[in-house]
Write a protein that binds this ligand. Structure first.
Ligand code: 13P
Length: 339
């Protein structure tokens, strides 16, 4: 799985070598200026990482940013497949990721060999693949989608063509319901969105009758049926900021609440609960691997660095470019909206 990642060399500085008195934010700032680097962060990153990033966004916004930046170095604070996307669309940039082990349960559920077999079993289908997958799986796909453009893209596909959707079965089922298109779904799901409890959510709604529920389409249908709004992370953020409601239950990875609380401190945001009734389960262990120390180290060590064979990159670029072309109607988030 780490075939596309160049790890730090044997002599590189490790976390143990960092002077504990160092002002990490100031050092990261210095290195980012020195190296003409841009720091991109997903909404699922820790608040302190979102706060130092040059741009915070959802998967589509970050892909667009990575493709358009004129920085020499992209530090991608998210999970590994996001760094791969940055390298695929910006091959001449150095792409650094703070932790090579920051994976994704959806990516893990969909290995390239099994996906190739899935395609071979359905030769007439168009393969629509969620961006949460490896570069190898992208290269085997017809078009990539994110949660903010999947509906727009599926609506543009020829009506007489059957569709394969991988690897998130909940997002696929949601888009199938919205568009009326029949889809054969890969049986994958996100460990975070999978664990929200319908029973506990209903109990929470009873205790907070004024709260609106905003959910990510990676949630199972049993959760989405209770949602007042379903959308990508950026879309959920826009919804809670534009709504008059005073209180929201947020059914997605809980670190997005950082942006919500910053932009609307007078509103209340409650993470959706898991089966034990607590909300602690909604923190992604892969996203949590990134820290200020590792951001500092990747800039200093020039690694972990995303590299991949040109043939693989070109194979994965084609469906990603198709995605960018087919989502021109999805508004671009302004850089000034960041953090
Ligand atoms: P969006 O960024 O499209 O909301 O998707 C969230 C996600 O799955 C990140 O891995």
């Amino acid at each position: 799985m780490t075939d596309t990642i160049v790890l730090p060399s044997a002599g590189a500085m490790t976390e143990a070598g960092i002077d504990p008195t160092l002002d990490l934010v100031a050092e990261i700032d210095r290195l980012r200026r020195e190296r003409n680097a841009v720091i991109l962060a997903h909404y699922y990153q820790d608040g302190e990482i979102q706060d130092l990033a040059d741009f915070v966004g959802d998967s589509l916004d970050l892909s667009r940013k990575a493709a358009a930046t004129d920085a020499d170095v992209i530090v991608f604070c998210g999970v590994r497949f996001m760094g791969e996307v940055a390298k695929i669309v910006s091959p001449h940039k150095t792409v650094l990721i703070p932790d090579a082990e920051a994976g994704c349960s959806l990516e893990e559920s969909c290995r390239a060999d099994a996906f190739r077999h899935f395609r071979e079993k359905h030769p007439d289908h168009i393969a629509v693949t969620y961006i949460n997958c490896s570069a190898e799986v992208k290269a085997l796909s017809d078009v990539i989608v994110t949660s903010s453009n999947a509906e727009v893209i599926v609506r543009q596909l020829p009506a007489d063509k059957p569709i394969l959707f991988a690897p998130d079965r909940h997002l696929g089922a949601f888009i199938a319901r919205k568009t009326g298109r029949e889809m054969t779904l890969w049986p994958g799901s996100c460990i975070i969105h999978e664990q929200f409890s319908e029973k506990e959510l209903v109990k929470l709604k009873v205790r907070h009758p004024k709260a609106k529920v905003a959910a990510h389409p990676e949630c199972p249908e049993s959760i989405l049926t209770h949602a007042d709004h379903v959308g990508s992370t950026r879309n959920i953020l826009d919804y809670v900021l534009n709504s008059d409601a005073p209180e929201f239950i947020i059914a997605t990875e809980l670190h997005i609440i950082h942006q919500m609380a910053k932009a609307a401190p007078h509103k209340t945001f409650i993470p959706a609960p898991g089966a034990d009734g607590s909300c602690n389960c909604a923190s992604c262990p892969f996203m949590a691997k990134n820290t200020l120390e590792k951001i500092y180290l990747c800039l200093k060590n020039d690694a972990p660095r995303v590299e991949m064979p040109e043939e693989l990159r070109l194979g994965a670029l084609k469906p990603l470019e198709r995605m960018l072309e087919m989502s021109v109607s999805v508004p671009v988030k302004a850089a000034t909206d960041a953090a």
